[in-house]
Design a protein around this ligand. Structure first.
Ligand code: CA
Length: 609
């Protein structure tokens, strides 16, 4: 017994002489940030037995945290340094240096703090990077990563990448797009179904099959030369089951349910529901999204700090113009407040948008900064995705015209805007990467498609379209199919939407329509800055105006099966002394002294003078 015990101690001491640093994150930082505090996570064999030391003026260790796992160490730094530079972090034991890391503090780009986020003057293009364009065939398969490409598999990787997007920036600019939001690009080293990017396995590394960190930064730089901003898709709710944490968890409470899979009930209402049993409320936020996505416990302060710093790191590193936050309501509410507050204090004019997939405005508005609420919670997030409007557009356009159905669905959803802190800062969309293609949702009707797009680009909010919407791509509800390859993105693609080669008449018509309205929109202050005033739906016609200074835009949507007449006198309170309107599509002049005919199933958009 005694001998066995001595051997155990000897093995223990022997192992203690080997120390490694496998991860140190954030890998570098910047001087001149709003917060002078920085917390480093260090992961490596037995690292917690070592004492970190820094001898560098302006940088001080204020605290060291250890968890029950000896392979982790967390160091709090206070950075008062005014100039960029580098210093060594020494990890010592009994006065002897056992490991070291050279840490860099970079200079921020001038004006970084004051950067402007995306706004209503923008149009956001959502890209599924694996499915848009393959600009580098050499990175389709990477030996260190599990899943290899297979274009025959609709749920597999098809080889699209960051280079493919860089090569097409001129197309995006010509279309009139001004922001790109890409589904996540961070490493997803999952065995299957890794192309969508929502199973992060490394928070600081672009997936090599998409490129690398430097290429992502280059995309942002080049996009900005084209007047295009980059919005990063951020996942704070969960990681991929192959994340390196899962092999050596920092603490037992890092992942909800102590690292064991328990399925979320996906009942979003449970956050607010006064009747809901507490255990089901907890299950919504603490259950896992799916089995391959371990659910992060943001109540753990070390993890919360890690996630906050990671978001700031990417904004600063890649010079981003926005963030989109995945599965927003699934997280700890207090963490969400803290996270938003930190981002906004570092970047006061920045914009970021959360995903709450509910068609109920009360559910969505709850999260937006400044909204009216049933409790005293404040999440501080400036923007949310407007799922209620998306739903209303589809239902409204497809619905039979009556007192309580048809185009009035859109009017009634707009009437709910009183609930939002800032309805003008909602991101509005007709479709995204999780739903049947909009053209298919609208029964492949070009007239309804054009009406939907006309609404998205003129009503209040920040419009976003999904790649391929501009050529009216079709799909079922199957994820692999609705995220199919963009034609022309692969070498030897005969149909090429970038050049227009062999597009069908329908695709060509859609693309030209989009190009026209998007490029018009770029010049309109009425849609970018104007307020909105609308009139009750009459005879299946919905009329609203956007007003900014002397600019006035009139939109009349006729959802009936016959031409309808609109009488300008009815809108005199808004039109005032304007005498004519110019149709933005064909430059035809309409005199407001005469009645206006609005054709069946069309949106008439007039700039009034
Ligand atoms: Ca590739």
């Amino acid at each position: 017994m005694k001998i066995k015990c001595l051997i155990t101690i000897a093995i223990f001491l022997g192992s203690m002489h080997a120390y490694d640093i496998d991860h140190l994150e954030p890998p570098f930082w910047w001087i001149g940030m709003d917060s002078k505090e920085l917390q480093l996570m260090i992961h490596g064999r037995n690292i917690s037995f070592l004492q970190p030391e820094i001898d560098y003026e302006g940088v001080e260790i204020t605290n060291v945290h250890r968890t029950k796992n000896n392979n982790y160490l967390f160091i709090d730094l206070q950075i008062e340094k005014l100039q960029n530079g580098s210093f060594d972090i020494f990890f010592t034991r009994l006065g002897k240096v056992e490991a070291e890391y050279r840490y860099h503090l970079h200079e921020r780009r001038p004006g970084s703090k004051e950067r402007l986020g995306f706004d209503a003057g923008d149009v956001i293009y959502l890209i599924t990077p694996d499915r848009f364009a393959n600009g580098d065939k050499d990175n389709d398969d990477v030996s260190t990563l599990k899943e290899i490409s297979n274009r025959e598999n609709k749920d597999g990787r098809h080889g699209g990448d960051i280079q493919g997007i860089i090569d097409r920036l001129d197309y995006l600019q010509q279309m009139g797009l001004t922001q790109i939001w890409m589904n996540p690009l961070l490493e997803n080293n999952q065995a299957t179904y890794s192309y969508h990017g929502y199973s992060t396995t490394d928070y600081y590394k672009i997936d090599p099959r998409f490129g690398n960190n430097e290429l992502y930064k280059e995309l942002s730089k080049k996009a900005s030369d084209y007047g295009i901003g980059v919005i990063k898709d951020v996942i704070l709710n969960h990681i991929g089951s192959e994340h390196w944490w899962m092999k050596d968890l920092p603490s037992s409470d890092w992942i909800n349910n102590e690292g064991r899979f328990i399925q979320s009930n996906h009942i979003h209402e449970s956050v607010h529901d006064p009747h809901m049993i507490q255990s089901e409320k907890d299950l919504f936020t603490d259950g896992w999204f799916v089995k391959t996505m371990p659910d992060l416990n943001q109540k753990n302060e070390l993890l919360a700090t890690y996630l906050i710093q990671n978001s700031i790191w990417w904004i600063e590193f890649a010079d981003l113009s926005g963030l989109r936050i995945d599965t927003y309501p699934y997280m700890d509410k207090n963490f969400l407040s803290l996270w938003s507050k930190r981002i906004s204090s570092e970047y006061p004019y920045f914009n970021f948008v959360g995903e709450e997939w509910s068609t109920n405005p009360t559910m969505v508005s709850y999260w937006q900064k400044g909204s009216t609420r049933h409790d005293d919670y404040e999440s501080h997030i400036p923007s949310m995705m407007d799922f209620p409007l998306q739903d209303a557009i589809i239902k409204g356009l497809l619905g039979k015209e009556s007192w309580n159905s048809g185009i009035g669905d859109i009017f009634r959803i707009m009437a709910n805007d009183f609930q939002y802190g800032d309805p003008y800062n909602l991101v509005i969309f007709a479709g995204n990467h999780d739903m049947t293609r909009i053209y298919s949702q609208l029964n492949e009707r070009m007239d309804l498609y054009k009406m939907a797009m006309s609404i998205i680009f003129t009503i209040r909010g920040i419009p976003q379209i999904y790649y391929g919407t501009e050529i009216a791509m079709t799909s079922s509800g199957d994820h692999g199919e609705l995220r199919k390859d963009f034609p022309g993105g692969w070498q030897n693609d005969w149909v090429d939407a970038f050049t227009g080669n062999d597009l069908t008449e329908k695709e060509y018509e859609a693309q030209n329509f989009m190009k026209k309205i998007l490029n018009w929109r770029k010049r309109s202050s009425a849609v970018a800055l104007g307020d909105m005033v609308h009139y009750p739906v009459q005879d299946g016609i919905y009329v609203y105006f956007r007003r900014h200074e002397n600019e006035l835009l009139m939109v009349a949507i006729n959802n009936t099966n016959r031409t309808q007449t609109v009488y300008p006198d009815h809108f005199i309170e808004t039109i005032k002394d304007k005498t004519k309107g110019i149709n933005i599509f064909n430059d035809r002049v309409h005199y407001l002294s005469r009645d206006l005919d609005v054709q069946s199933k069309t949106a008439l958009i007039l700039e009034l003078y």
